[in-house]
Ligand binder design. Structure first.
Ligand code: NAD
Length: 417
């Protein structure tokens, strides 16, 4: 079987089509949901440090907002396409509906190699981009968040630019901010912790004791590291981790904090004491109870799906499994927790941040973590119940739940005028 060419948007539209068919969705509503409501393309002019002017393409795609304001990350990297950003905005709509938080989906990006920019250049770029899409943003319109190559500092610049243009401070216009300007406790760890709450629910349903479970994680970045810490706290044995340079395996278990310290010292997880170095391919094919791809898209494909030996695959990354590999894993009886459910912890705590800003409160880490656990457990159980009822895999059930909730809101509100 050869690899099939997918674009992110053809995959997202095929998923919507499947959910629409299963739900018996009205053809008009299906058509409405297959397009974003608004795509804003902007040209961002920036004075560079060497005195010349750089011009960069930026985009913000707003998919659907029937359940609440648009919400989604902003990413900076050189080859962003409208196709990809539109697909990600659509997935955000379903993700927010599955987590049952009152948002619609959006995504934004700027085509720029941010690693080559100074901090001052990044600040000027961010502020200019925000000024160009300002009228479409706002705490009740569209609330950005960090994504690839943007961070809490970028969000602080967004908050300040929006506030300057309004004339008063509006911390609730963006999430993922530093704590000192209204960010939430627990936001950094939220996605990784949420992944492990999902794994716990899945393990309980299949009578797998997490206390004895072995876990392999691809990618020891923000999500992968915090998933490793949360898994260890739950008693699991983290036996393998990797980064872009390769991976390590230790059947006796690893201490994630020690591995991270080694990576920070040497630039790679490889060479860690007591471990065997492996390639990323070998890491994915390791025999383990739980495999967590937490790095890139398209990692489990028709080429290697047959050699995946995990009992649970928890998609922490966005789109790590291709549609063909999905089928293979399902036939092998592997339980796959789909990305739109598995990594919704980040947007859930972003929602908590927005609520805290709107009410001028600041919750403790314990409050945030306890509310996160409740939200994720509920989302997992809703998807699991639907998958049992429909006799479908978890991805199909998650899509049906997300698309179904959005479609219901459209039906209830009606079409104006
Ligand atoms: P990150 O940049 O902090 O970490 C990515 C990690 O992947 C790094 O350790 C990097 O070394 C590793 N990596 C890169 N190429 C690799 C390769 N070929 N093989 C193995 N590892 C490789 O990013 P992150 O925030 O942890 O995000 C990871 C994934 O999770 C992305 O797909 C992202 O879209 C998704 N996600 C993140 C969040 C969040 O809150 N950060 C929320 C939802 C989804």
């Amino acid at each position: 079987m050869g690899a099939i060419e997918h674009t992110p948007l053809t995959v997202a539209q095929a998923q919507l089509k499947l959910a629409a068919k299963k739900l018996g969705l009205d053809a008009g509503i299906h058509k409405m949901l297959s397009q974003p409501k608004r795509s804003i393309m902007v040209s961002i002019d920036v004075r560079l440090d060497n005195g010349t002017i750089g011009v960069f393409n930026g985009v913000r795609v707003q998919h659907w907002d029937v359940r609440g304001p648009f919400k989604g990350g902003i990413r900076y990297y050189p080859d962003i396409t409208l196709n990809e950003v539109t697909a990600l905005a659509m997935l955000m709509t379903w993700k927010c509906a599955i987590a049952d938080i009152p948002y619609g989906g959006a995504k934004g990006g700027v085509c720029v190699d941010s690693k080559k920019f100074s901090k001052r250049e990044l600040e000027r770029l961010t502020r200019r981009y925000v000024s160009l899409i300002f009228e479409y943003l706002g705490p009740h319109r569209d609330i950005p968040a960090p994504d690839m190559y943007t961070n809490a500092q970028t969000m602080a610049w967004i908050m300040d630019t929006y506030s300057q243009l309004k004339g008063y401070s509006v911390p609730e216009c963006v999430t993922g901010k530093p704590v000192e300007v209204g960010g939430s406790e627990g936001r950094t760890e939220a996605t990784g912790r949420g992944v492990i709450h999902c794994v716990k629910q899945a393990a309980d349903n299949m009578n797998l004791r997490l206390g004895k479970a072995s876990v392999a994680i691809q990618g020891l970045g923000n999500v992968g590291f915090h998933a490793a810490v949360a898994a260890s706290e739950m008693g699991c044995k983290v036996i393998a981790v990797s980064d872009s340079k390769g991976g390590i395996i230790c059947e006796n278990g690893l201490n994630p904090a020690e591995v991270l310290a080694h990576k920070e010292r040497t630039g790679t997880v490889q060479g860690f004491k007591g471990c065997r170095d492996v390639s990323n391919e070998e890491l994915l094919e390791t025999r383990c109870d739980v495999l967590i791809p937490a790095a890139l898209g398209n990692q489990i494909t028709c080429e290697n799906a047959d050699r995946i030996h995990a009992r649970i695959v928890a998609e922490a990354a966005n789109g790590p499994t291709t549609p063909e590999a999905d089928k293979v894993l399902h036939e092998k009886g592997i339980v796959l927790i789909p990305d739109i459910l598995c990594n919704c912890g980040g947007v859930t705590v972003s929602y908590f941040e927005w609520v805290q800003n709107l009410t001028r409160e600041h919750w403790t880490l314990e409050e945030v973590n306890s509310k996160l656990e409740k939200k994720i457990t509920r989302a997992f159980d809703d998807v699991h119940e639907l998958s049992s009822k429909e006799q479908s895999d978890m991805r199909t059930a998650a899509l049906m739940l997300g698309v179904g909730r959005v479609a219901k809101a459209i039906e209830t509100l009606g079409l104006w005028p």
